[in-house]
Every structure is written in structure tokens, then in C-alpha cells.
Design a protein around this ligand. Structure first.
Ligand SMILES: Cc1ncc(COP(=O)(O)O)c(C=O)c1O
Length: 357
């Protein structure tokens, strides 16, 4: 389902940073944060340890805490929801759109209460969320965190993922659309008033070596990883183009099969982190693909509201979010990473088509 890109520039950068002895808090972190924010069209950016702590940091700087509610789609990676519990607030799980699998605006609107302190909108699989999410949130003066862990390089109406909400969080986990040679993440913001708190929070709230102005901790990313991220960023547009090329080949070649194929939101550049089909007999499809030497994935088999970690949550029962629950039983991801060769793409297509016969 993935293959690493490692090149000589990444090796050279790593060697140089290693030799410099400046392993943390150096020029690479500063430059990577700024370059990433600029790429996404945000005001400021801060690299951090991973996409999960990026979400915790985002909630913290927005002042979310005990007694607050945060709206989140149940169909997402668990980190989008557990971050809310970790700041002692309550996740309110909502549906995803039947066409695009991202947070459903109406489901979100009806979940808003006077306790709603933030909304986490996930650009799941690289599909940009519906713009009305931001309009509804604005009407209610509720900040939006874009969980963009799967959205690097995606865009809607000529604006990149990460530039719509108050804060956007990213993951550079090795299988993501770009990586940093280990775990990694970033927090970017479109709001000048949040930029300093984010930067300070991930570095013990310090304004000077031994002066700690606000509550913070160590969520920093190392210099080597930031250096590697800067090299990877140079390739990102090309990789997203290649993901789109592969996805379009799948969409064309599989259009007359029994599978329900993913759709692209009008006006969007899909980041195609995952290419997700829907099939009723998923287990036999997975076996079939495996017999043809092709790996598949399920992103994700259990909706967040039905995860054991949320067993005490009031929404934790089957039937609460009917579409999400049905979707999680049908989805299966096929490889769409940019380093797939044309021959490999054809092998995937042939194998999927054979299942149909
Ligand atoms: C939607 C989503 N949010 C958050 C995360 C967490 O990122 P990380 O694994 O870097 O902590 C991921 C990573 O898989 C993700 O896919």
C-alpha cells in the first residue's frame, strides 16, 4: 500500500544536519514551518512530533477543555476523536456525506449546541471537505480545525487544504502524501492571533531558555526530520499529480464494474491519499487481491463511536450513525501511492476487473 521515496538530497541533508550538531530548534524547523504554511496558504506554521499531538495542540490553543463539546465525524482515524477526550472535552460524532465521505454539513449543523467549542473537519482520503462547513461554523462563531493528515497538496476552488479553517493539522507519518523520515506533523494557522501560542505550546511555552510564559510541553520535531521534510516538499506537487493520474486510470477502467467508485468534489484537486472502493463482499475481494499479490487496506473498519475506547460515550451503540456504520463494512482501499509503476497500476486494474467476472 506504500513505498518510500528516499533520495541523495535527503541523505545529504541528513548528513549535514548530523555533522552540524544542531539537532533541534535550528534553522531547518523554522524554515520548514514557514515553507509548509506558505505552500498551504496559511499565515504561520510550526512543525511538531506527529499528527496526533498536532490535534491536541490545536484544541489546547483554542481553549477547549472540560465541559466543552467538539464535533467530529465518526468515520475517520481514531486520532481525530481521541484528541478531544485527551483535553477532557466531549466528542460529538456526526455523519459523513454519502457522496464524498467527509463531514456532512447538515449532520454537523444539527449537532451544534451552546457547548460546541470547536469542529474538527477531516479531509478524509485527501478529499477536501464541503465549504459550507466553514460558513456554518462562522455563523455560529465556532473555530474549525482541519484535520489534514491525509490532505497534503489537495485543494478546493484554487485554495489548498489547510487554508480554510482557523487551524490545520498535518501528519508526516511514513505512508502519508509526504514524509519526514520518521513520525512527524505540523500545525498551521490562518490566524495571526494564534501563531505565537502554537509555536510556544510545542516548546514548553518558553520565550527564553529558562523563561516559560504559558503552559506548554515538548512536541517539537527534530532538525533532521524538518530538513528531510523540506526536500520532500519539493516533490509534493508531482506526487499529487501522479496520485491523480493513477486515480483517474482507476476511475476510467473500473467504471463498468460492480464497485462503487470514489467521487471527486466539483472544484477539487483530490489529494488521493487513499483510493477507496465499496464492495458488498469485502472479505472475498481482499482474498482475491491478495491471491494476485496485491495488498489492500480498510480505512477504517470500526467507526470511532463504536470503538471500545468510547464504550461509555452516549453515542456508543449500533444504529447511531447508520450511513457511517454501513460504509465501514463496505470500504476497501487499493494502492494509489505515486511510486506505483504504470505496469503495477495495470496489474491492480486487471485484478479488480477479474473479481467482477
Ligand atoms: C485523519 C488522521 N488524523 C490524525 C492522524 C494522526 O497522525 P499521526 O499518525 O502522525 O499521529 C492520522 C494518521 O494516520 C490521520 O489519518
Amino acid at each position: 500500500m506504500g513505498r518510500m521515496h528516499i533520495d541523495d538530497e535527503m541523505r545529504e541533508v541528513t548528513q549535514n544536519i548530523l555533522d552540524s550538531g544542531a539537532w533541534i530548534k535550528g534553522p531547518e524547523s523554522k524554515a520548514f514551518g514557514a515553507e509548509w504554511a506558505e505552500y498551504c496558504g496559511a499565515y504561520a506554521g510550526t512543525p511538531c512530533s506527529n499528527g496526533s499531538v498536532a490535534l491536541i495542540a490545536a484544541l489546547h490553543v483554542l481553549g477547549v477543555g472540560p465541559g466543552d463539546e467538539v464535533i467530529v465525524p465518526s468515520h475517520t482515524y481514531i486520532a481525530s476523536a481521541t484528541c478531544i477526550e485527551l483535553v477532557r472535552a466531549t466528542p460529538i460524532f456526526v455523519e459523513v456525506e454519502e457522496e464524498y465521505y467527509t463531514i456532512d454539513p447538515e449532520s454537523m449543523r444539527s449537532a451544534i449546541t451552546e457547548k460546541t467549542k470547536a469542529i474538527i473537519a477531516v479531509h478524509l482520503y485527501g478529499q477536501p471537505v464541503d465549504q459550507s462547513i466553514f460558513e456554518i461554523a462562522k455563523q455560529h462563531q465556532i473555530p474549525v480545525i482541519e484535520d489534514s493528515a491525509q490532505g497534503h497538496g489537495g485543494a478546493l476552488n484554487n485554495r489548498r487544504i489547510g487554508s480554510f479553517g482557523d487551524i490545520a493539522t498535518f501528519s508526516f507519518f511514513p505512508s502519508k502524501n509526504m514524509a519526514v523520515g520518521g513520525d512527524g506533523g505540523a500545525i498551521i494557522t490562518t490566524r495571526e492571533d494564534l501563531a505565537d501560542s502554537i509555536r510556544l505550546f510545542i516548546d514548553h511555552g518558553r520565550s527564553d531558555k529558562y523563561r516559560n510564559d504559558i503552559l506548554g510541553t515538548n512536541f517539537r520535531l527534530s532538525e533532521i526530520q524538518c530538513g528531510i521534510g523540506r526536500v520532500q516538499l519539493k516533490h509534493l506537487n508531482h506526487w499529487v499529480e501522479r496520485r491523480n493520474l493513477i486515480a483517474n486510470r482507476y476511475l476510467e477502467s473500473l467504471s463498468d464494474t460492480e464497485f462503487e467508485l470514489p467521487k471527486i468534489r466539483p472544484g477539487a484537486i483530490h489529494a488521493w491519499h487513499q483510493f477507496v472502493l465499496r464492495v458488498s463482499n469485502r472479505e472475498s475481494f481482499i482474498d482475491h487481491m491478495s491471491n494476485h499479490g496485491i495488498s489492500t487496506g480498510i480505512h477504517y473498519p470500526i467507526p470511532c463511536h463504536l470503538q471500545p475506547v468510547f464504550s461509555k460515550h452516549p453515542q456508543s451503540k449500533l444504529g447511531t450513525l447508520a450511513f457511517t456504520e454501513k460504509l465501514c463494512n463496505e470500504i476497501v482501499s487499493i494502492p494509489v501511492f505515486p511510486l506505483l509503476t504504470d505496469d503495477e497500476v495495470q496489474r491492480v486494474i486487471t485484478a479488480v476487473q477479474l473479481f467482477n467476472q
